[in-house]
Write a new protein. Sequence first.
Length: 185
Amino acid sequence: MVDAEAHMTSTSRLVLRAPEPTDLERLFDLYADPRVWGPDPLSRHDDPGQTERMIGNWRAAWDRDGLGMWTAWAGDEFVGIGGCFVRCGVAWNLGFRLRPPHWGRGYAQEISAAAIAAAHRRRAELPVTAYLLEGNDQSLRAVERAGLSRVWRGPDAGNPDTTAIRLLYSDQPLSPETLTALTEV
């Protein structure tokens, strides 16, 4: 079980904390908002049960990896989510999603910087990676500003849109084995 008090940090403007079951409604609203999932329709949530399972997976990542996704708060206002978790046992996966009123304010960079620093403290031997769909220019700029570079471009496995292209970014070169593990999922 995640001890939320032990999994809390802050940036200059945000408090970041491990998700709690009480976050269900606000997280469902975030993932159900077409402005948020628009660039990546596979991440859309249609029912709160999806969100509840996601929270459970995030909490399991905290238990397993000692790091995971955070909810981000500016005072009492929910800004979004972000953080890192271990993907396929070979790399940290950086992710973030913000509520539209908070876009363009540098929050993604604050969350990313905190997540990357925490990942390096936890398991420095693992690269930090990020997945995004081609055409998601906001996330692309945020990932590049976080210091990650594109290492792979290819079909988005499992996407019903057969023309969808997935991009993989990393903070370091990836071995062929790591690249295979991350792109054949």
